[in-house]
Design a protein around this ligand. Structure first.
Ligand SMILES: [Zn+2]
Length: 300
């Protein structure tokens, strides 16, 4: 069950907007309705917005000529690069803003970006705290784990729910005039545990697995993404010396061997890329070792 659409539906209805629910339609039909009914606002995920653009190109539809003036995204992290990409594709002067929410808090609406596109204003219908992710005590820093209390949720009340999202907060007044704190950056997940393809794995276990092999240095990153609703686990690990000095065949063999061993150890498949040394930027903590691209979902 997907909670994402409901909050938007109810909110937009209250604003008096005409809503065209095309979530279950094919991309072609979505584009058709966008053209036919001259939709002005598009609500979707960043990847789908780009998919719509690609599809439109195929169908010889110029998205720049559509009536869309606002693109609202959620469900995935919107990076600044992605925002730029969307604007280049759809139109420079289009407003591309994002939402933050989670199923536990009944979908989107925890944080909302205004037209100034500089971070998500925290919704004052919730009570937020920023805690130190280790000792869970309130922190005065602008970086911490976001903790939420749902003040007005009668059916699913949460008290001090730790989201595991490590965020950077800005309390500076926004150009829109609002003084509500904004999430200006997501820095990762506070927990070491990953759930991939339904299997729980700890980053430390993966690290142990990788470091047994002597032909790597200690730089690696774990990337978890989603494709066709399936989790994809990718591990990039640096080879200890310049790859130029090693035969391609040797690297390919290492890769195959590692992937098989990984499957035997953890019971799930992974894609392991052996990359050149000094490819991965050094990090000081495990948190940044993991790029969970599935996170920040409206639902899931
Ligand atoms: Zn603002």
């Amino acid at each position: 069950m997907f909670t994402g659409g409901f909050s938007f539906y109810e909110g937009l209805k209250d604003l008096g907007c005409k809503i065209i629910p095309t979530g279950t339609m094919s991309t072609e039909m979505q584009l058709f309705y966008m053209q036919k009914l001259k939709a002005t606002v598009l609500i979707s995920s960043p990847s789908h917005v780009m998919h719509l653009y690609e599809k439109a190109k195929e169908l010889k539809i110029d998205v720049k000529k559509l009536s869309i003036r606002i693109i609202r995204v959620g469900s995935e992290l919107l990076t600044e690069t992605m925002r730029k990409k969307i604007k280049v594709a759809w139109r420079e002067n289009i407003s591309v803003t994002q939402d933050y929410g989670m199923t536990e808090t009944l979908g989107p609406g925890l944080g909302m970006e205004c037209i100034y596109e500089n971070g998500m204003h925290l919704n004052t219908n919730y009570y937020f705290e920023l805690v130190d992710p280790i000792n869970k005590l309130p922190t005065e820093n602008d970086i911490g784990e976001l903790v939420v209390t749902t003040i007005y949720s009668d059916c699913f009340p949460l008290i001090r729910y730790a989201t595991s999202d490590l965020v950077k907060i800005s309390k500076e007044k926004c150009s829109c005039g609002s003084t509500s704190p904004r999430i200006v950056k997501f820095l990762g997940r506070t927990d070491d545990m990953l759930k991939v393809k339904g299997v729980k794995i700890f980053v430390s276990q993966i690290e142990d697995f990788l470091f047994i092999h002597p032909y790597f240095n200690h730089q690696y990153e774990i990337v978890i993404s989603k494709e066709n609703y399936k989790d994809i686990l990718t591990i990039n690990i640096e080879y200890k010396e310049d790859l130029l000095n090693v035969s391609k065949e040797k690297i390919t063999n290492y890769k195959i061997e590692l992937e098989q061993e990984f499957k035997n150890t953890f019971g799930i498949t992974s894609q392991i890329n052996i990359v050149d040394n000094k490819t991965i930027k050094p990090t000081s903590g495990k948190i940044i070792r993991v790029k969970d691209l599935r996170r920040l979902k409206i639902s899931n």
